[in-house]
Ligand binder design. Structure first.
Ligand SMILES: [Zn+2]
Length: 371
């Protein structure tokens, strides 16, 4: 393993500002590197669609081994604070940010490991599967990049997403449905001192519904949260005519998540109408639940590679979304692999040199697998 080159690649990628919907420089950098590695690269129109600076990158390279292409994927964007990032290598092999931004190991650790694996396979003249690579924009904004990608062009049926934090040699094979909702309770304004009985108190109606809601863990496999609430105007003498709430439902069962959403909707409607007001509920489902069975070829391949590296090869559910959710929706099943990123979405985010090496070795083995 060319450790120096791997670390240098990681540092170079991290130094590129690439917040969500401003991935232009990252897309250009990756496209250049992929072309040198013999890939045909194209970019879709997702950037224009969202008013961003770059689209999703798709790359293909014919292999020397038989079989369907394998798909590997990461995302190009990072969460804020994302500008002026740098990767500081410590004496003990830990790589941290400068302290005032995220590091961007999410998702550049997996991306650097992927590039190093491809470079070594080429240098060593190894046989390799046909490969399809996808680098998405806007992953950190509810998977918006992969949500609009045209998957009809993808031939692969099996995928590996390098986008999971936690110990190496583990992979997520199950993820939840996420329902993102907004509620507006409408009442009627009135003077709170002269004629309160003429008003319909939207905040009070919303509060009654909220008090009846199950929040936090609901049953075995669901969570419900209200994350934001606002209402009324900045005055103490007016009965508030509106109250707005934002929240989410997560569940490993798509049906149960939607059923819970219906319950919430009915609860708020009931309390709003009881008070003489009304209620509007809207929601989106940016993430769809999936589960990959243990018997799936992508799992067997992952376990074979882990065994060679002395890694556990363990599967676990995740309660977060990843681009794999959108791949699954289009019939491409796969795993989200632990990829040497820790304390992601914080300025304390870090990776390690040995972690990057392990991920690169793992990817290299997956790409050479003959089954
Ligand atoms: Zn990520």
């Amino acid at each position: 393993m060319n450790t120096d080159r791997l670390v240098r690649t990681f540092q170079e990628l991290v130094s590129i500002d690439s917040p969500s919907f401003d991935e232009r420089r990252m897309a250009d950098e990756l496209a250049g590197r992929l072309k040198e590695l013999g890939f045909a690269v194209s970019e879709d129109g997702a950037g224009e669609y969202y008013g961003g600076t770059a689209g999703n990158l798709y790359a293909y390279r014919e292999g020397t081994l038989p079989g369907e292409p394998l798909l590997f994927s990461t995302h190009m964007d990072t969460v804020e604070p994302a500008r002026g990032k740098r990767a500081v290598l410590r004496g003990d092999g830990r790589i941290e940010s400068g302290g005032d931004t995220v590091l961007g190991a999410d998702c550049m650790a997996g991306t650097a490991a992927l590039l190093e694996a491809l470079t070594e396979l080429k240098e060593e003249g190894r046989d390799c599967r046909s490969l399809e690579l996808l680098f998405f924009i806007g992953e950190e904004r509810h998977l918006r990049g992969s949500a609009v990608f045209d998957f009809s062009r993808v031939r692969a049926k099996e995928s590996y997403i390098l986008d999971l934090s936690g110990p190496l040699g583990r992979a997520a094979n199950q993820a939840p449905t996420l329902v993102d909702f907004r509620i507006a309770v409408r009442g009627k304004a009135a003077h709170a001192g002269f004629a309160p009985e003429k008003g319909v108190h939207a905040i009070a109606a919303a509060s009654r519904a909220l008090a009846r809601m199950e929040l936090g863990r609901v049953g075995q496999d669901m969570t419900v949260n209200i994350g934001h609430i606002e209402g009324g105007v900045k005055a103490t003498n007016i009965v508030p005519d509106a109250c707005f709430l934002m929240g989410e439902v997560r569940s490993y069962s798509h049906e149960r998540a939607l059923a819970q959403m219906k319950n919430i909707e009915e609860l708020f409607r009931e309390e709003a109408e009881k008070a003489g007001g009304s209620c509007e509920v809207s929601y989106t489902v940016p993430v769809h639940a999936y589960q990959v069975p243990e018997s799936h070829p992508a799992v067997s391949r992952f376990r074979r590679a882990c065994e060679k590296l002395g890694l556990p090869g363990a599967l676990e559910p995740t309660f977060g979304g990843s681009d794999q959710s959108n791949l699954s929706l289009h019939g491409i099943q796969g795993l989200v692999l632990a990829s040497a990123m820790e304390q992601v979405h914080s300025c304390g985010e870090y990776t390690t040199v040995s972690g990057l090496e392990t991920v690169a070795e793992l990817v290299k083995l997956l790409m050479q697998d003959r089954e």
